[in-house]
Design a protein around this ligand. Structure first.
Ligand code: GLP
Length: 278
């Protein structure tokens, strides 16, 4: 065990949950899972005077933001005190690049929200001093008292944000070299695979696990393997998402397909129609 991992385990030890206490919520469909996650976003905003949300990108999150916008239409809330921090961004892509996460967030959420521009934060993909920008990003989250809710997807290699396997669990916002697996997985979104960036900037694992609540949402049969690996894995830097396993307020939100390789005793299937509340 590395020194960083030992210190991480020591910090988390006070919670001492067991594997079976992991909180799975499994829904019949990906859409129902997304609806549940959108409701969690809304509940956090309603519960906190100055909510701070950690947001994620990727195809998994698209229906979450669509549901969230619909919920807001039905039940408008004041967003003037909301602050958001995105997880990650490709290094070298401008904010107007169609595959940048800045562009994604504009397209799926921010252009449709009455959210003060200065309350929106994403890591800078083209910062001149990336190291200083990384430190400032983690510091800005801490200055606001940390993240109230962190949304996460997962990479097929178990990455969270862009924290690739073997990233230190003590990491703060940093620049990463993307793994070959991630470049293959995410290259599908680029017209030409050679345009896929080699590096990204990501919130660190320590920043993520300090969030007061974490919702890890995973959908689709193609993610069933990593869901099962996560279930069986010890807390180990080889599987970045395993850092979440001792978080006291983690919910793993799955659709039935992503849960296909989990032992059935691990969860009960929830049925949440779009009319029901969390
Ligand atoms: C990227 C992001 C991750 C995200 C993952 C999954 O690698 N950096 O934050 O969780 O994609 O993406 P998808 O939902 O498209 O499978």
């Amino acid at each position: 065990m590395t020194a960083a991992l030992a210190s991480f385990c020591a910090i988390m030890q006070r919670y001492q949950p067991t594997q079976t206490q992991l909180m799975y919520k499994v829904f019949e469909t990906a859409d129902a899972a997304a609806y549940y996650t959108a409701q969690r976003m809304l509940k956090t905003i309603q519960a906190m005077p100055e909510p701070v949300l950690g947001l994620a990108t990727g195809s998994t999150m698209e229906p979450v933001y669509a549901h969230f916008l619909q919920l807001l239409q039905r039940d408008p809330v004041d967003l003037s005190q909301l602050t958001t921090f995105n997880l990650d961004e490709y290094l070298g892509l401008s904010v107007t690049h169609a595959q940048s996460y800045h562009y994604y967030m504009q397209q799926h959420l921010f252009s449709k929200l009455a959210l003060p521009q200065e309350n929106i934060h994403l890591p800078g993909g083209v910062a001149s001093d990336a190291e200083a920008a990384c430190q400032a990003y983690s510091a800005a989250i801490q200055a606001l008292g940390g993240l109230d809710l962190q949304l996460l997807g997962i990479g097929s290699n178990g990455h969270i944000g862009f924290n690739e396997p073997q990233t230190s669990f003590a990491s703060r916002t940093h620049v990463v070299e993307l793994s070959e697996q991630t470049r293959i997985d995410n290259g599908r979104f680029f017209a030409d695979q050679s345009e896929m960036p080699t590096h990204a900037i990501t919130l660190g694992i320590q920043d993520i696990v300090e969030a007061k609540e974490v919702v890890l949402m995973i959908t689709g049969r193609h993610k069933a393997d990593i869901v099962a690996q996560l279930y069986h894995s010890p807390i180990d830097e080889a599987l970045p998402a395993s850092a979440l396993k001792q978080h006291p307020h983690l919910t793993i939100v799955l659709d039935r397909e992503a849960a296909a390789l989990l032992p059935s005793q691990a969860f009960a299937v929830s049925s949440l129609s779009s009319a029901q509340a969390v």
